[in-house]
Design a protein around this ligand. Structure first.
Ligand SMILES: NC(=O)c1ccc[n+]([C@@H]2O[C@H](COP(=O)([O-])OP(=O)(O)OC[C@H]3O[C@@H](n4cnc5c(N)ncnc54)[C@H](OP(=O)(O)O)[C@@H]3O)[C@@H](O)[C@H]2O)c1
Length: 338
């Protein structure tokens, strides 16, 4: 079968197509998935650059996110059958409850082979059914970005109708967060470097938008918009370049769901955390149980993931470059054919 691998290269890893990789067979309790589509996350750039924090295994198949149909089941499989449409779970070993070290170590596309392959074998528990109205390309966007946004808003933020959330940028996580927040009846304030992208998020229901390039002290504008009180939840994807302002924009007793580091890493000043009694909560994607809850909401609201661009399997390197350019709005997808 054909699969991409990450090979050691100068300054990180490089993408290489292996068109003679052995097709895996499902063992006891496992399923074989014929992959139809995969999607990229910022994490995949970090892994390629050797900047993810955990090293990738040698010649790993990259990408955590993919969808396909079950093409064979191993002995002992009871909940899935040939033809079922599934996505892989980001963490095959985090089914429900609190995240564990074992769960973290099971993430696909880093220490374990991922989805940029024609066929993938996963444990039955890690092949998750998705909403009927979604295409394979749409479903391929869910395992990381959508579930992270869902956990941030629902499990950590406990957002309810009428509350206000601050979203940063217009990448995969933030666009899903916008869709979920609007479905929950929350008010959204969203930032971006692009006025065109801000117009698009307004069309999707964001009430207030701020260009963080034109307004580097965007936290003041967020406070003005919230009558000096601050937002209930910040979905923090910026990291060092945004965290200090995020802590200044959250209300007393509010939450900062700390997800990303698109503007880098660095030290933080603990003072606003204390003086505003802020809850700073790290988020790491989500469990299978959270995915099931998210699937119900996606079905109930007939939500459709926002796909920016779809690349062919042979154009995988171009898809990585497109994501790295930061031009995208929402998700970047690669289709996987015969
Ligand atoms: N902890 C987790 O479980 C988890 C899960 C998923 C993602 N993440 C992390 O979350 C971050 C976002 O991931 P993603 O896949 O959604 O990325 P993505 O699709 O590549 O989106 C990145 C976006 O970030 C925005 N951005 C860049 N610099 C910014 C800044 N200074 N302030 C505000 N926004 C800025 C840009 O939006 P504009 O073009 O609109 O300016 C850019 O398009 C990454 O750091 C990723 O590693 C973490």
């Amino acid at each position: 079968m054909k699969a991409y691998e990450l090979h050691a290269a100068k300054g990180g890893l490089s993408l290489a197509l292996n068109d003679k990789r052995a097709q895996p067979n499902p063992g006891y309790g496992e399923v074989l998935i014929r992959v139809h589509a995969v999607s990229l996350n910022y994490r995949d750039l970090l892994i390629m650059d050797g900047a993810y924090g955990r090293s990738a295994k040698a010649n790993v198949i990259p990408l955590s996110d993919g969808s396909g149909e079950i093409s064979a089941v191993g002995p002992g499989v009871t909940s899935l059958q040939v033809g079922d449409r599934v996505t892989g779970a980001f963490f095959p070993d985090w089914s429900a409850g609190q995240i564990t070290e074992a769960g973290v170590l099971s993430s696909l596309g880093g220490s374990v082979d991922g989805m940029l392959s024609q066929y993938v074998v996963l444990p039955e528990r890690a092949a998750l059914k998705f909403a009927d109205h979604l295409s394979y390309a749409e479903a391929a966007t869910l395992p990381c970005a959508a579930l992270t946004a869902w956990q941030a808003l629902v499990d950590i933020g406990r957002i309810s109708a009428g509350q206000t959330v601050l979203l940063q940028g217009t990448g995969g996580v933030s666009i899903f967060a916008l869709q979920f927040a609007r479905a929950m009846g929350a008010t959204v304030i969203q930032t971006s470097s692009s006025n065109d992208k801000l117009e698009r998020v307004r069309q999707m229901g964001a009430s207030h938008t701020i260009n963080y390039r034109d307004t580097p002290e965007w936290s003041k504008e967020v406070l003005r918009l919230t009558e000096g009180l601050g937002v209930d939840l910040v979905v923090e994807v910026g990291g060092a370049g945004t965290l200090e302002q995020s802590l200044q924009t959250v209300r007393v007793g509010g939450t900062v769901a700390t997800i990303g580091l698109v503007s880098g890493v660095g030290a933080i000043n603990p003072l606003p955390l204390i003086s505003r009694a802020v809850r700073l909560n790290g988020v790491y994607v989500g469990s299978h149980a959270m995915f099931a809850a998210m699937t119900k909401a996606i079905s109930a609201h007939q939500l459709k993931p926002v796909i920016d661009r779809v690349f062919d399997f042979e154009q995988a390197a171009d898809a990585y470059a497109w994501l790295r350019s930061g031009t995208h709005f929402g998700k970047v997808v690669i289709t996987v054919g015969d």
